[in-house]
Design a protein around this ligand. Structure first.
Ligand code: MEV
Length: 308
């Protein structure tokens, strides 16, 4: 085989970001914005990585840790799968640095495209988590799990992702609004680690609360107002671990006037919020956030994970 294409969805974390790194459970869903990766064999003893933002050609003998962070995970995938001459083309409809899983979706789609060419018998999820950890050593793997499997999943480190088996209510509408402030997941995870180290007992209590919210939410998927209430409760925990700021708080105030509840989604510091709505308040929530100048959209949950 000379050429393989794989696409993977972006994601929203509905419950449990950050706490999932400390073994709490999280709920994530895949959304209908995807990245597509094409991997093609070349006979030039080079691993090439191209996207609309970058272009790099790297000798396969280069240790992955010295490769630029923007291309390192993709280079790592090719190199670790023994692909000494391959060109990887990435096309994404996901904003990067916004908490919508752009980096994980790219890792998953790259693993899905390169694995069949390599002939190696490894799972897309394992390879993509390994790749993500080359830039994010403490990554929980939650983002790669939902980008691989699609749908709505419960995730905890060390256990296989659990797909929600009941149908997702058709009137559940997730409104995503982007603060426009870029964030760096590594920095936000490090900030939370600092809080964890400084206040371990307090952090453990918050983490247990986050885990209970996840469990309640998993049992309340059909009760949209309750899901909103739980999301707002989750936001209070995220405020306490220092990943919020004035812009995000302002967005949440706007969203909460119309929706059932809203929260930061992803690592915070910038990026996006998600508001839980149904057919009765989706439009007003979307308009309020858009009118306030935030790029906003209705995210549809997709069942399609990594797909070749
Ligand atoms: C980032 O999208 C999610 C975090 O929980 C980090 C992780 O799970 O590795 C902040």
């Amino acid at each position: 085989m000379m050429r393989q294409v794989c696409s993977a969805p972006g994601k929203i974390i509905l419950f449990g970001e950050h706490f999932v790194v400390y073994n709490s459970r999280a709920i994530l869903c895949a959304i209908d914005k995807r990245v597509e990766v094409t991997a093609q064999r070349r006979r030039n003893n080079t691993i090439s990585i191209k996207s609309n933002m970058l272009s790099a050609s790297i000798r396969p003998s280069t240790p992955h840790m010295v490769v630029d962070k923007r291309t390192r995970p993709f280079y790592y995938i090719a190199q670790s799968l023994g692909m000494a001459d391959v060109e990887i083309n990435i096309r994404s409809s996901l904003p990067s640095g916004a908490g919508l899983g752009s980096s994980s979706a790219c890792c998953v789609a790259t693993a899905g495209a390169v694995l069949p060419l390599s002939g190696m018998n490894r799972s897309i999820l394992d390879v993509s988590i390994e790749a993500e950890r080359t830039i994010q050593p403490s990554s929980s793997g939650a983002d790669c799990a939902v980008c691989t499997h699609g749908g709505l999943i419960e995730y905890a480190i060390g256990t296989p992702p659990r797909q929600l088996d009941t149908p997702i209510p058709s009137d559940l509408k997730l409104i995503v609004a982007n603060s426009g402030v870029n964030h760096n997941t590594g920095e936000m995870v490090a900030r939370v680690r600092h809080v964890y180290k400084k206040y371990p007992k307090k952090f453990t209590i918050l983490s247990k609360k986050a885990d209970s919210l996840t469990s309640l939410a998993m049992d309340s998927i059909n009760d949209i107002p309750k899901l909103g209430y739980l999301a707002a409760s989750n936001q209070l925990l995220l405020e306490k671990i220092g990943i919020s700021n004035n812009t995000l708080r302002q967005m949440i105030r706007i969203a909460d006037r119309h929706s059932y509840g809203s929260k930061i989604t992803g690592s915070g510091g910038g990026g996006c919020i998600v508001a839980i709505t149904d057919d009765t308040n989706a439009h007003s929530t979307l308009m309020a956030l858009s009118d306030a100048g935030y790029d906003s959209f209705v995210a549809r949950i997709t069942r399609t994970g990594a797909s070749t």
